[in-house]
Design a protein around this ligand. Structure first.
Ligand SMILES: Cc1cc2nc3c(=O)[nH]c(=O)nc-3n(C[C@H](O)[C@H](O)[C@H](O)COP(=O)(O)OP(=O)(O)OC[C@H]3O[C@@H](n4cnc5c(N)ncnc54)[C@H](O)[C@@H]3O)c2cc1C
Length: 358
């Protein structure tokens, strides 16, 4: 079997490595960040995604690091319950924990941290290390995220857009708050639309909170921890008291502001010996809660096709055929959920579950 270079050790690159490991296929991963350097947010993973994770991770280990949520409860910003929905095996886990678990099955010599891979503009399709050394691999699996530099160098006419929604996210340890929300996923919505605050629990004493905001209406720029705290407390001052109390107890040095990007139109998922998986192939907006599941399905399907097919192009083409139509459904659902979010609450469809299903 061919030697594979995997670029990026996020969920898609690491899950790809886990599947390759299972099939004894030779690979090496290159990751830009340092090993411990992980920005914080978390994932809702629907049941389908869990089934793919169980193939590569011990379910007991997963349960020690995350939590199954029982129901979704939608509130107005002052706390009136608007809708409730039972959740069917939706799991919540921090990005940090999931990356940590996915890394455990990879021999340390097969992953290089602190190495930004760049496309070699002279040698079409070749990749190189930052010192100019060309990577010797027959297949390049690109999993370098939604703003993939390698993708934009291969597909020069692609158009990326900033999505009209950004997120402020924080993970805090506080048993009192964790007890108060049980195992529910609760989300508060502003009557005028374009602003929400969600809370979910990772463990008995750890919660994640996040705010989604219309970035045309609320202009939060990269700013100091102190200014961000001031801004958040002002914006959510008159919301249900749980929210200002959580915002007071948060450590703003670890609060992250995430901008969201999407491709106007999807590119092919491969070119020559280079194939794209996860957000690098198809950025998905967070409303879908399908980024992780899609990344897992991409790496599972690509590995399967590489094992089955002798010819690389045939394997890539079947992988794309298997995956693209489903991704298009999630992109479309994401746009519907985004449009709903921007509308006043009175005009939104009832009981919007923030997960895209096929
Ligand atoms: C705020 C927020 C909330 C979200 N919530 C959910 C959710 O609830 N559920 C869900 O399923 N999804 C969610 N998502 C989406 C999810 O995070 C992504 O779909 C998923 O993490 C994609 O993983 P990835 O490995 O493809 O990309 P990434 O996680 O972006 O990983 C890319 C990796 O490549 C590395 N890299 C980049 N460039 C290079 C380079 N040139 N050389 C080497 N390495 C490089 C980066 O350092 C990074 O480690 C959310 C996203 C955001 C921003």
């Amino acid at each position: 079997m061919k030697k594979i270079a995997v670029v990026g050790a996020g969920i898609s690159g690491l899950s790809m490595a886990n599947y390759l490991e299972k099939h004894n296929i030779d690979y090496h991963i290159y990751e830009r960040r340092k090993k411990k350097d992980l920005a914080g947010h978390g994932f809702l993973i629907p049941q389908e995604g869990m089934e793919y994770l169980y193939q590569i991770l011990d379910p007991d280990l997963l349960l020690q690091r995350g939590n199954f949520l029982k129901k979704y409860v939608q509130h107005s910003h002052t706390g009136k319950i608007l809708a409730e929905k039972e959740l069917n095996h939706v799991f919540a886990i921090s990005r940090h924990s999931l990356i940590d678990l996915l890394t455990k099955n990879i021999p340390p010599e097969k992953i290089t941290y602190g190495q930004t891979i760049i496309p070699d503009e002279q040698q079409n399709g070749k990749l190189q290390l930052s010192d100019g050394t060309v990577i010797d691999a027959e297949i390049a699996v690109i999993s370098d995220g939604s703003r993939s530099r390698i993708r934009s160098s291969l597909f020069k006419d692609e158009t990326m857009k900033v999505v009209r929604e950004s997120e402020v996210v924080n993970i805090i340890q506080n048993k009192e708050i964790a007890d108060s929300i049980e195992n529910d996923f609760i989300k508060f919505h502003h009557e005028e639309g374009g602003l929400t605050f969600g809370i979910l629990k990772f463990s008995a004493d750890t919660i994640l909170w996040y705010s989604q905001f219309d970035n045309e209406k609320y202009t939060i720029n990269e700013c100091s921890a102190e200014n961000l705290k001031k801004y958040m407390l002002e914006v959510f001052e008159s919301w249900h008291p749980l929210i200002p109390s959580i915002l007071q107890k948060s450590d703003y040095k670890t609060v992250h502001l995430w901008r969201v990007y999407e491709l106007e139109k999807l590119n092919p998922f491969y070119k020559g010996n280079t194939v794209f998986i996860g957000d690098a192939a198809h950025p998905l907006i967070p409303f879908t809660s399908q980024g992780v599941t899609s990344a897992l399905k991409d790496s599972f399907t690509l590995t399967k096709r590489l094992v089955e097919e002798q010819n690389i192009t045939e394997a890539f083409s079947k992988y794309e055929a298997d995956r693209k139509s489903e991704i298009e459904v999630h992109i479309n659902n994401g746009r519907i959920l985004l449009n709903q979010f921007l509308l006043p609450l009175s005009q939104q469809s009832e009981n919007i579950l923030p997960i895209s299903y096929k």
